[in-house]
Design a protein. Structure first.
Length: 317
């Protein structure tokens, strides 16, 4: 990796009076345009890491650079380059949706404050309208926050965090508390902004399916990274692929599998794991007429659960 947009080396965070570090010697890097996820249970250290990377929390030790800038020595430059959606909603309920964006843009020093949207520079107005259209909240843009649903408020936070065209967008459990439909539509818009602006996205989540489409997933557990790779690699390393088969003449099929020396388990259906051989090679050996034939593609959830099971077995041993 030549020029990572996020570079973290030996990061440690120890909260005052805590016996254990919340982030315990963590190192990783993220390339420009990458879609990167921290996947971990409650208390794993996800928010602590994001808070340090976005300069809202001080680190105990280690080195962190965002877009080449040191988070402590060049904090202001880092802030200009990051957008963040906090785990807790952070909109001002006294203001309209657009006013929330306007205050944010003025705080970032992008524009001088004007008391009405129409008095703001055209560049601001165009950008707000463009982003509102992408996330589909044009109709509520000038309404008070309390008139917006939870999903719309999250979308508004996305617009707000993108207004200064950040290099990296940090999303701390962005879909927490949203229903399935709102989650899906929020993701469509995050993906749309990723492709349109080439923004690097750093996501934390404990919804495993949300990490299925990322480039890199890091499993974080009690402040330590236990694996960091693509979801495909994680599945390949942890899980065997399986063929699910059955036949009207089940006894004949089971006898044949034994005679061929193929490993199998009977779990409702007959499950034949495969690693080196392709499914076609296995099927071509079987002569018994099959009535069921399915290839089980492991999900990231399967891999994650397998990973946690192995971890806890190791801890007990
Ligand atoms: N301000 C604080 N003071 C002391 N300890 C803290 C503080 N904030 C977090 N912690 C502790 O640090 C650890 C990591 O917390 P963190 O909030 O980073 O986890 P998380 O992965 O974001 O969890 P969640 O999924 O619940 O949001 C936890 O043990 C938590 O109790
Ligand atoms: Mg958190």
């Amino acid at each position: 990796m030549n020029n990572p947009v996020i570079s973290v080396q030996n990061l440690v965070k120890r909260y005052k009076n805590a016996d254990k570090a919340a982030v315990d010697d963590v190192s990783f890097s993220v390339e420009k345009g990458e879609f990167f996820a921290f996947l971990g249970a409650n208390g794993a250290g996800k928010t602590t890491t994001i808070s340090i990377l976005t300069t809202t929390l001080s680190k105990t030790s280690g080195e962190v650079k965002i877009a080449g800038f040191d988070i402590e020595k060049e904090a202001r430059k880092v802030r200009e380059r990051v957008g963040i959606i906090f785990q807790q909603p952070s909109l001002d309920p006294q203001l309209s949706a657009e006013q929330n964006i306007r205050f944010h843009a003025c705080l970032y020093g992008m524009y001088g404050y004007r008391p009405a949207f129409k008095l703001m520079p055209a560049a601001y107005r165009n950008r707000v309208m463009e982003l509102a259209e992408i996330v589909g909240i044009q109709d509520v843009l000038f309404k008070p926050i309390k008139k917006l649903s939870g999903g719309m408020q999250r979308k508004l936070e996305i617009i707000r965090s993108l207004i200064h065209t950040p290099d990296v967008l940090f999303l701390d459990e962005p879909t927490q508390g949203l229903d399935a439909v709102s989650r899906r539509s929020l993701w469509e818009y995050i993906n749309e902004t990723r492709t349109r602006y080439g923004t690097t996205v750093f996501l934390t989540t404990h919804y495993i399916d949300e990490a299925e489409n990322v480039d890199t997933v890091c499993l974080i557990n009690k402040g330590k990274i236990s694996a960091c790779c693509s979801p495909e690699e994680l599945k390949r390393d942890l899980l065997r692929h399986e063929l699910i088969i059955d036949a009207d003449d089940r006894t004949a099929l089971l006898n044949e599998l034994s005679a061929l020396g193929l490993p199998f388990t009977v779990n409702g259906r007959i499950v034949v794991p495969y690693e080196e051989e392709s499914p076609q090679e296995i099927i071509s050996k079987i002569r018994t007429k099959l009535t069921v034939l399915k290839i089980h593609e492991p999900s990231l959830e399967d891999a994650y659960i397998e990973f946690l099971t192995k971890q806890s077995k190791r801890a007990v041993a």
